[in-house]
Design a binder for this molecule. Sequence first.
Ligand code: 2BA
Length: 111
Amino acid sequence: MKLIIAIVQRKDANPLIDSLTEGGFKVTKIASTGGFLKSGNTTLLVGVEQQEVDNVISRIKEKCKGETKSVETEDSLAKSIKTYDSYSDKKEVKVGGATVFVIDVDKFKKV
Ligand code: 2BA
């Protein structure tokens, strides 16, 4: 068995969960925060048999399209408020898409 951990944008989470549940997969949704942007994202946990991993990853790819955006980090906003100037620390980052980890599960039990 494998545990798929997918970190996705919040807006993509529900369409992806719908796709996964339609496919017969069980999903847990966790509210999470990215360490770099310090903004909310969503982490999904999906426990599957090995042969289903590619099916899940293709559903993730279909629902989570990436794009490059110029964003202002929370830190730079805080600096800007503190100094009352037009300090800008925008970063070009790829947002969307998904960060996916596939982990071996030693034991799976419901007790
Ligand atoms: P964040 O840490 O908020 O990162 C958001 C995006 O900012 C990243 O997108 C990447 O494009 C950029 N970024 C992150 N760290 C950077 C840095 N030190 N310098 C320049 N740009 C940087 P993704 O790579 O698609 O990651 C999306 C979210 O997935 C991350 O949000 C984080 O929550 C999670 N993530 C990504 N890689 C991870 C890892 N190795 N371990 C744990 N979580 C990870």
